[in-house]
Design a protein. Structure first.
Length: 318
């Protein structure tokens, strides 16, 4: 193996990755050694506090038991910061929409380890599906649903504008940056994954989507293009990450303009006003999520969002 191929092999396989790190702890830095304090645990295990809105019916557990590989990005961030600091503007509006939207399923597309899907399963009685093509992340999401006894169905599938297979680029920056898009991030390897359109999957599954969350690392327009029939027929509320300077904004606007959705950039500002232009440059680098609303959000929805924000503030780590 050449060095790049060897490093890709190490990064792709968790057991090999952990063994390599254990060896590097005992090496001098001149030979690639690393500081012991920077080595993640083999397994990360902690309880994650979940929000409860004042006055809402008590649904689901107060906490999630999180047990995952020590070097996965989302569990590490959640252990350090809790849900209070994990996209709180989006999570609060997401929870409010779960209470507001018509009956139907929640689809977490680009789920990583399934945090949005797990929260939806814990705080609603809706069918919830988490779509994640990365095998290790899908297995983790499935494990978290099982150990917390939550009805989350994990679908190991990438959503796009076609059906078949494709190469998923495994990011060398973070497991949260894996993407079907060539050149999105520096990659250390690729894995062949199943691909389908939202419309085809919905027809096979017989689901009735009411809430979608899209975070697929710049391929969100492809997901929308493969689900236009779903948006026209079922009018789901859509939460969508929009990263700047990737040509995503123009494609999303072209797809959404005929569908009579309103576009709201989620931020600290409430209510979030409707925008005429979709722009990935958010108020802060962490605020890249947009709400595409099938009907103009009501004052009641924004007030529920405020209440969920207050509930999230107490979900600190530890």
């Amino acid at each position: 193996m050449v060095p790049d191929q060897m490093w890709a092999f190490v990064r792709r396989h968790p057991m090999v990755r952990q063994a390599a790190r254990s060896i590097r702890v005992h090496l001098p830095r001149s030979l690639g050694g690393i500081d012991r304090a920077r080595v993640p645990p083999r397994v990360r295990q902690f309880e994650l506090s979940l929000p409860r809105r004042a006055g809402a019916a008590e649904i689901g557990p107060a906490t999630l038991n999180v047990t995952a590989s020590g070097d996965l990005w989302a569990p590490r961030r959640l252990e350090q910061a809790g849900l209070a600091n994990y996209e709180p503007e989006t999570l609060a509006c997401f929870l409010a929409v779960l209470e507001h939207a018509r009956p139907g399923a929640v689809l977490d597309i680009g789920a990583n380890v399934g945090i949005y899907g797990l929260v939806a399963a814990a705080r609603s009685h809706r069918p919830v599906y988490a779509f994640e093509p990365t095998p290790e992340l899908a297995a983790t999401a499935r494990h978290l649903a099982t150990i917390n006894d939550l009805p989350l169905e994990v679908v190991e599938l990438a959503m796009s504008n076609h059906s078949g297979t494709a190469s998923l680029r495994l990011s060398s920056n973070s497991d949260a940056s894996n993407s079907l898009a060539p050149g999105f991030r520096p990659e250390f390897g690729r894995v062949r994954v199943r691909v389908d359109t939202l419309s085809h999957w919905r027809e096979r599954a017989g689901a009735y989507p009411a809430v979608l969350k899209l975070d697929t690392e710049t391929t969100e327009p492809d997901v929308i293009a493969g689900g236009l029939e779903v948006l026209r027929q079922f009018r789901p509320w859509v939460f969508c990450e929009v990263l700047p300077d990737r040509g995503v904004e123009e494609r999303l606007m072209a797809l959404l303009e005929p569908l009579d959705y309103t576009w709201h950039q989620l931020s600290d500002e409430l209510p979030c006003p409707a925008r005429n232009v979709i722009d990935g440059h958010g108020p802060t680098p962490d605020q890249r999520m947009w709400l595409f609303a099938p009907t103009p959000p009501t004052d009641e929805l924004w007030e529920r969002t405020r209440e969920w924000r207050r509930a999230l503030k107490v979900c600190e780590p530890g």
